[in-house]
Design a protein around this ligand. Sequence first.
Ligand SMILES: [Zn+2]
Length: 388
Amino acid sequence: MTACEARMRNRYRWSGVSLLLTSLGSYWKRSKVAATPKNPPTMEPCPEAAPLFTFGVIADIQYADIEDGYNFHQSSRRYYRSSLRLLGNAQRRWEEDKPSFLLQLGDIIDGFNKRDGASERALEAVLGQLRSGGPAEVHHVWGNHEFYNFSRSALLGSELNSAHRGAESPVGSPARADIYAYHFTPFPGFRFVVLDAYDVSLLGREEQSEEYRRALSLIRNHNQNQDLNCPPMCFGLNQRFTMFNGGFSQDQLDWLHSVLSAADENQEKVTIISHLPVHPASTTFVCLAWNFDDLLAVIRSHRSVVCYMAGHDHDGGYCWDGATGVHHLTFEGVVETPPDSDAFATVFVYEDRMVLKGSGRTSDRQLLFRHPEEPADGGSECSELSDD
Ligand SMILES: [Zn+2]
């Protein structure tokens, strides 16, 4: 029995306590921002105005042609076949909303496909469904399940590499060609940046490579479990040091810094998208990127970022960082959405806000942009967390 299995057995023995703690954690995650006096600024909705542009968002489809199952902790049901039908529901909505592009936030098919030799077939089923939805361009993000199914080099040569839709500019791509990160401008004054959250990871890296060795050394500093998919502890931020997470290399952070510097200068509004959440109040800690703090530091040193969107945590989450005015959104995962519900959004973008119309488990939200001249308030109720 591995240390992980021992801990999991212990967890089930105390499942009542665990469930209560999970519920309290979820309650805290969802209520913390609302319960504090410093909330995102609010304004009356302006449904009459025409949006500048519109886009669709969907996360963690994790399709597989297999029976329903459960997540790692056996606490949430996974509807592997139904996820394809729920993608169809999203597309029917998008046929009406006519988004100019779609964001697919990663884990498009489940890792079980690899076991069954069905990776290509499952991917083609989902991509075929996406293609049937109309002309909207799809920007793909890579998650852990992409790497369970395909090597990094295979992904770079696949339809899941949408970097060709990125901008041609002096800061067009990161210094290292194998980092999957790019940016694009769907409308003047607005920029989207796709980040590679598994740039530093055991997933997708050859075991003989320097990148793998460095990632192993990093995770081993925090996690001594035989099974590195098992978190090193049950509480605290260090839960994030598992094999199903990853992080951002210095190369990628430097590149992001240069992209955001140009965006600051041009007074653009930037939305960053990646698979892993980076704000501890927007997710359960076990789903955070390894070096979430490095990425938050880059975001906080620029005025241009207005929103960070991620998947991976199937329960979703939201936090408004008062120090920067950045909205951190984690989208609910399709695979853990019951067949009679939904999990997707259409986002209508205006000069001063994004209006998110969610479906099913995904809530409606108004995301106001901080005015470019508005000073940061110097504090964030979302980030007063200790690494316990
Ligand atoms: Zn994931």
